[in-house]
Design a protein around this ligand. Structure first.
Ligand code: PLP
Length: 402
């Protein structure tokens, strides 16, 4: 019987963790003190099987140039098959340092300056950056929100895709920050529209393993041969196993010609050799991490349930989306009637470090994203602070009572 520990509090400010930087005061390691709820990584130690593999690699102590062995690619394929029923082949995989880098390289490889790239807001901001910072044209297909459920506006997508200057679409699947796990028929509709207009689909599936029952992730390339021939899948062990700073991710190109074009374009980026530790960790994760991963999913489901119940019971005036996937909650703060600047100041005064929804594009304005991947005690403490802060606001203005 395993005894995976997701409850111990590990403040990470002292190791330079990005999420912890804004906290300007020390937190006692044995109190349920202030944990941040922002950047999308987890305040959990990774699987012990991965730490053991990394220790072994560190102890060998020769860190010269390396590249992944066949067993690495086999492990990525076996994970895709086991977890998502997707029959990936080793030679389809291109290892990259991270997905954001890959998004830039993909945009660069498959479009020219001035070309249009479709992105569905609100969405992870590097999707815009990879387009605009490389002089491509951002073509927005905002998601439609109704009663806090988001769907794809297929009519708008069809209209935008009809623009002959549009070459690419970047899909976030599952979606950060709205928490949707796209259903098969939604993905099929997107593929149909993109195929009709010869638009290449970049499917960022970094959150694919973090899906709550009864939802199931569908690998875009697994939909049909036609979809597989006209897409690239972006995947990584970094969200699932908390390995982001080991800088290792994988692109999957079922289409050999697209893969060749990508590699030719990327050869100009000057990356050579793999990250040795990242390669070791990725292989260990996919080969040996299953049991830990299942325990993580169960723990995250518990956090999600606690978050949902607390919000519905204590703060029904602040809506939340039903989290189908990702560990990132999405809260509607519009009932507070605060400007974004006032809301930020109010949250900081309550020691709450979230991510403002406007960060994900203008349709996110009025929302906050909350990271739920932390020890439950710290999540509870944060939610208690939120409830108190809203009550104080009500006492002052009486505006948000349901
Ligand atoms: C949709 C999405 N893609 C990519 C990333 C970042 O991936 P990487 O660290 O591999 O660049 C994130 C991180 O939050 C994300 O949410």
């Amino acid at each position: 019987m395993r005894n995976d520990d997701f409850d111990t509090l590990y403040p990470r400010r002292q190791i330079g963790a990005a999420k912890w930087q804004p906290l300007d005061r020390p937190v006692s390691p044995d109190s349920a003190g202030v944990f941040p709820f922002s950047v999308a990584d987890m305040d959990f130690k990774t699987a012990p099987e991965i730490s053991e593999a990394l220790h072994e690699a560190a102890d060998f102590a020769i860190y010269g140039y390396s590249s992944p062995l066949p067993a690495y690619y086999d492990a990525v394929c076996a994970w895709q098959q086991r977890r998502h029923g997707f029959a990936c082949q080793s030679d389809w995989i291109v290892q990259v340092p991270n997905i954001v880098y890959a998004l830039y390289q993909l945009v660069n490889a498959f479009s020219n300056p001035g070309d249009g790239v479709i992105v569905q807001t609100p969405v992870y901001p590097p999707f815009f950056h990879a387009v605009e910072r490389q002089q491509r044209r951002l073509v927005l297909n905002p998601l439609v929100e109704q009663d806090l459920r988001y769907t794809i506006d297929l009519d708008d997508l069809a209209a935008k895709a009809a623009d002959p200057g549009v070459r690419l679409m970047i899909l976030c699947s599952p979606h950060n920050p709205v928490g949707r796990v796209w259903a098969r028929d939604e993905l099929e509709a997107v593929v149909r529209i993109c195929r009709q207009h010869d638009i290449l689909l970049i499917s960022d599936e970094i959150h694919a393993d973090l899906v709550f029952k009864p939802h199931r992730h569908t690998v875009l390339a697994g939909l049909s041969q036609d979809a597989a021939d006209h897409c690239v899948i972006c995947t990584a062990p970094s969200k699932t196993f908390n390995l982001a700073s080991l800088a290792t991710a994988n692109l999957i190109f079922p289409n050999a010609e697209l893969r060749r074009r990508y590699q030719a374009a990327e050869s100009r980026a000057g990356i050579h050799g793999a990250n040795y530790f990242g390669t070791v960790a990725c292989q260990a994760a996919y080969e040996k991490g299953e049991a830990w991963y299942q325990a993580l999913l169960a723990y995250l489901a518990g956090n999600k349930a606690m978050f949902t119940e607390t919000m519905r019971r204590e703060l029904p005036q602040l809506g939340i989306t039903d989290l189908e996937g990702t560990y990132l909650g999405w809260m509607d703060m519009r009932a507070l009637n605060l400007s974004e600047a006032d809301r930020l100041a109010w949250l900081q005064a309550a020691d709450l470090y979230l991510t403002a929804g406007s960060f994900f594009g203008s349709p996110g304005t009025g929302f906050e994203r909350i990271n739920l991947a932390l020890p439950r005690r710290a999540l509870e403490a944060g939610l208690e602070r939120l409830v108190r802060a809203v009550r104080q606001l009500d006492d002052r203005g009486g505006k948000t009572n349901p």
